[in-house]
Design a protein around this ligand. Structure first.
Ligand SMILES: *Cc1c(COP(=O)(O)O)cnc(C)c1O
Length: 366
C-alpha cells in the first residue's frame, strides 16, 4: 500500500492529516527542545505548555464553563465505567442507567459491582436499533446520577438531545461523538470520552467534571486508590503520575485543527451531517438492497450500520471494498453487516467513494 486508504475503523480511527504531518515534522525536535515530545519530562516547561494549550483549546472548542475541570487520564472509557461509580455512587444511593447498546451495558455491569445501579430504560428488545421514548425512561428522582451513551458506536444510534433528568446530574459516555457537534456542557455533571474515536490516539481519556460533583467524591475517598480518585487527579492537574504525554500532544493538535483549520464545532457538525446524509441517502435509495440498522430518527452521524441481503454478500463487499482502499467496514458481530465510521477527520471524498462502490456492487450483485 503506497497511499493512505479510506479508513472506516470505529476506533482507533482516522486523524486529521495536517495533525499527523505536524507531529511528523516535530517528531525528532519539538520546537527547538532538541528532543521528541515522547522523550520529554512531563514536568518540563515545554510539556506544561502542551497540556495547558490542549486544555485551553478544548475549553474553547466545547465552551466549557469555569466550574468544570478537564482531566486527561488513562484507562479508556472502560475505566470510567468503574471510576464514575467509585467516585459518585456512595453506599445507600443508587444510579440510573439508560441502555442503548453494548457500551451502556458494559457501564452498568461495572457500576453493579461497586454499588446499586438501576436500568432506567433499555432498547435491548429491538437489538438497540432505536432510542427509548421519553415515556419509556423510568427515572428515580433520588438517583445520584443518570448515565447514558450519547452515541452507540456499535449499533449506530445517537441522541440528538440529552435525555431530561431533572435535577439529577447527567453522566455521559461521549467517546464516539465527542467534539463532533456543539453541546451545552452546563447540562452535564460529567462527560467522559476515550480519545481514539474523534479526539486523538488511544491512550488518553478525557473527563470533564463539574466542581460540585468533584465535591461529592465521598470523604472516605481516602480509601480509593489515588489513581482512581477524581479529586486527587484534578488537584494534581492530571499529573499525579506521568500522564499519556504523547497522546495528549496529539489530542492538542486535533483540537487546534478543529478550532483553526475547520472553525469550530458548528462547522464540524455541518460537515458530519453532510457526510452522513450522503451515505444514508445511498442506503435509502437502494430499493432495500442496503438496510440501515438504526431507525431513521436516531441514526448516528458517526457510525453508519447497515446490512445486505445475505451474509455472503456482506463478506464479499467487505473484501472487495478493502481491496479498493476502503478499509475497516466490517460491522461488529452483535449487529453483523457493515459499519462505516465517519468521524470528524474522515474525508467527504471517502464517503463519496464508498457510495460509488456500493452502487457498483449492487449493480453487479443485485
Ligand atoms: C470505544 C468506546 C468505548 C470503549 O473505549 P475504551 O477506550 O476502549 O475503553 C466505550 N464507550 C463508547 C461509546 C465507545 O465508543
Amino acid at each position: 500500500m503506497t497511499e493512505r486508504v479510506y479508513n472506516f475503523s470505529a476506533g482507533p480511527a482516522t486523524l486529521p492529516v495536517s495533525a499527523l504531518e505536524q507531529a511528523q515534522s516535530e517528531m525528532l525536535n519539538y520546537k527547538g527542545a532538541g528532543m521528541s515530545v515522547m522523550e520529554m519530562s512531563h514536568r518540563s516547561k515545554a510539556f506544561e505548555a502542551i497540556i495547558g494549550a490542549a486544555e485551553a483549546d478544548l475549553r474553547k472548542l466545547l465552551n466549557i464553563p469555569e466550574n468544570y475541570k478537564v482531566l486527561f487520564l488513562q484507562g479508556g472509557a472502560s475505566l470510567q465505567f468503574a471510576m464514575v461509580p467509585m467516585n459518585l455512587l456512595p453506599k445507600g444511593k443508587s444510579a440510573d442507567y439508560i441502555l442503548t447498546g453494548s457500551w451502556g451495558q458494559a457501564a452498568i455491569k461495572e457500576a453493579k459491582k461497586l454499588g446499586s445501579a438501576r436500568e432506567a430504560a433499555t432498547t435491548a428488545d429491538t437489538n438497540f436499533n432505536r432510542l427509548p421514548k421519553p415515556e419509556e425512561i423510568k427515572l428515580d428522582s433520588n438517583a445520584t446520577y443518570v448515565h447514558f451513551t450519547s452515541n452507540e458506536t456499535i449499533f449506530g444510534v445517537e441522541f440528538n438531545e440529552e435525555p431530561s433528568a431533572g435535577d439529577v446530574p447527567l453522566v455521559c459516555d461521549m467517546s464516539s461523538d465527542f467534539i463532533s457537534r456543539p453541546i451545552d456542557v452546563s447540562k452535564y455533571g460529567l462527560i467522559y470520552a476515550g480519545a481514539q474515536k474523534n479526539a486523538g490516539p488511544a491512550g488518553a481519556t478525557i473527563v470533564i467534571i463539574r466542581d460540585d460533583l468533584l465535591e461529592r467524591v465521598p470523604a472516605n475517598a481516602e480509601s480509593l486508590p489515588a489513581m482512581l480518585n477524581y479529586k486527587n487527579l484534578a488537584k494534581n492537574g492530571s499529573m499525579y503520575n506521568t500522564p499519556p504525554c504523547y497522546a495528549i500532544y496529539i489530542c492538542g493538535l486535533v483540537f487546534k485543527w478543529a478550532l483553526n483549520d475547520i472553525g469550530g464545532l458548528e462547522k464540524i457538525h455541518a460537515m458530519n451531517k453532510e457526510k452522513a446524509k450522503i451515505l444514508y441517502d445511498a442506503i435509502d435509495s437502494s430499493d432495500g438492497y442496503y438496510r440501515g440498522h438504526a431507525e431513521k430518527d436516531c441514526r448516528s452521524l458517526m457510525n453508519v450500520t447497515f446490512r445486505l441481503p445475505s451474509e455472503e454478500l456482506e463478506s464479499k463487499l467487505v473484501k472487495e471494498a478493502t481491496a479498493a482502499g476502503l478499509d475497516g467496514l466490517k460491522g461488529h458481530r452483535s449487529v453483523g453487516g457493515l459499519r462505516a465510521s465517519i468521524y470528524n477527520a474522515f474525508p467527504k471524498a471517502g464517503v463519496e467513494k464508498l457510495v460509488e462502490f456500493m452502487n457498483e456492487f449492487q449493480k453487479n450483485n443485485g
